[in-house]
Design a binder for this molecule. Structure first.
Ligand code: NDP
Length: 395
């Protein structure tokens, strides 16, 4: 029975809080804190079986987070605010000696660049303080890291290729919207594509490499090679010769994105507007639907998985492990669309792995560094069942 502080009250947080309440054997009391307290209250009011307190916090300020920790005394701080806050919240955890978990790696606000080095640099300090940080406990990163560790543990002696494929074949009925925070999403997809091969990284122009992938229960969808953060930790922790990440985009999304880029609306540098400095992407975010509000009429499915090739016992091996999730089913259960759902469930479960001592450590860790078996044994029960296919190549 553990108390947790959850920071952020957006689409993912809504799922995390509800899922923690469903797992009340592990989570006994929650303090939900975010920039806008009314958003915390809106989530908390639906939870009846465990206490959920709410507070406002500016998580860019470690002292504010530390004050909440001192007052509430949680065993774990779950960060589902934005990647910009990662380091400030880690600083607060270090100051107060509390464990930490997040779902996305740190990204400086003024540079669309995300990598683990900033957070890995906390390893020795977390170790010295005798506390643990679990990084990237969403779906991708998160479940995809565990899938890869599971494949390595049970089915591969050597891994030649890893292809992570992420398909959202849903329809939210909006002309243009993003399924998670618009700023973070647009920063991610407008970057150069990047993949790993034989010890080196290779960059390609954004969206320049794509192919049709035949997703189970969804069918063929055009998938684009993107840089995604789990590649960085996976190739560090597991010997893999080539690792790539693919995501589907519809033509409508890509056309809107191109126009927004062409007119400068995705810029992240300040521009003068009527005597004020504004950042175009921040302004665009204010106009777009919030990810947490997309669920109501969302139909269709997501399919996210990992395809690996390599060898087992001297013979060639091909393996695909994946989850399919239905937007409308998610909304029925937790008032969320499937992208928030597939992220929120593993946040809750990663936290439960820490709080029950199934995953233990001192320092800063990624998901694939722990035994995948207890996580794989439980994730289906919490709403994200997985399937596996042998001997068939999708990518
Ligand atoms: P939202 O934009 O819906 O929610 C973000 C929340 O953080 C909002 O409630 C926002 O408050 C709050 N927030 C922002 N800045 C601060 C601050 N300085 N102090 C306190 N609270 C703050 O995003 P999502 O819920 O979609 O995403 C949450 C996180 O999950 C992101 O880091 C995202 O990158 C990650 N993610 C990870 C995935 C994975 O598979 N690993 C997939 C999808 C998302 P306010 O409402 O007041 O703006």
């Amino acid at each position: 029975m553990s108390k947790v502080l959850i920071i952020g009250a957006g689409g993912v947080s809504n799922v995390v809080v509800r899922k923690c309440a469903q797992n009340s054997e592990v989570y006994s009391e929650i303090l939900l804190a975010s920039r806008t307290k009314s958003k915390c209250d809106a989530i908390a009011q639906d939870i009846k079986n465990i206490p959920v307190h709410t507070a406002s916090v500016d998580a860019d300020k470690p002292a504010e987070v530390a004050a909440l920790i001192r007052d509430f005394k949680p065993e774990l701080v779950i960060n589902v605010a934005l990647p910009y806050q990662d380091l400030a919240i880690m600083d607060a955890c270090l100051a107060e000696g509390v464990n930490y978990l997040d779902a996305a790696n740190y990204e400086p606000k003024d540079k669309a660049h995300f990598e683990y080095s900033w957070q890995w640099a906390y390893h020795d300090r977390f170790k010295k303080a005798g506390i643990m940080a679990l990084l990237g406990s969403g779906f991708d990163p998160g479940v995809t890291n565990v899938y890869t560790a599971y494949a390595k543990k049970h089915y591969f002696d050597t891994i030649d290729t890893l292809d992570i494929v992420d398909c959202n074949a849903g329809n939210h009925g909006q002309a243009f919207a993003t399924n998670f925070n618009p700023e973070i999403n647009i920063r991610e997809v407008t970057q150069k594509g990047k993949f790993y091969k034989d010890g080196e990284y290779f960059e390609i122009p954004p969206m320049s490499e794509h192919k049709s992938v035949d997703y189970p229960q969804v069918g063929p969808r055009e998938s684009y090679l993107l840089w995604h953060e789990e590649i960085e930790s996976l190739v560090k922790n597991i010997p893999i010769k080539q690792a790539r990440f693919w995501m589907t985009f519809g033509q409508e999304y890509l056309t809107h994105l191109r126009v927004l880029e062409d007119v400068g609306m995705t810029r992240i540098d300040p521009v003068d507007f009527k005597g004020q400095k504004i950042i175009p992407l921040e302004f665009l975010k204010a106009l777009l639907p919030e990810p947490g509000q997309l669920g109501q009429n969302y139909t269709g499915k997501t399919c996210i998985g990992c395809q690996l090739t390599g060898t087992k016992d001297g013979k060639p091996q091909t393996y695909f492990v994946y989850n399919v999730c239905d937007h409308a089913e998610c909304f029925k259960e937790v008032k969320a669309q499937a992208v928030s759902y597939t992220t929120g469930v593993p946040v809750m479960l990663g936290g439960a792995m820490m709080l029950t001592g199934k995953w233990k450590g001192e320092g800063v860790f990624n998901m694939e560094q722990f035994d995948p078996d207890p996580f794989m044994a439980e994730i289906g029960k919490w709403g994200l069942p997985w399937n596996e296919v042998f001997g068939q190549k999708l990518v």
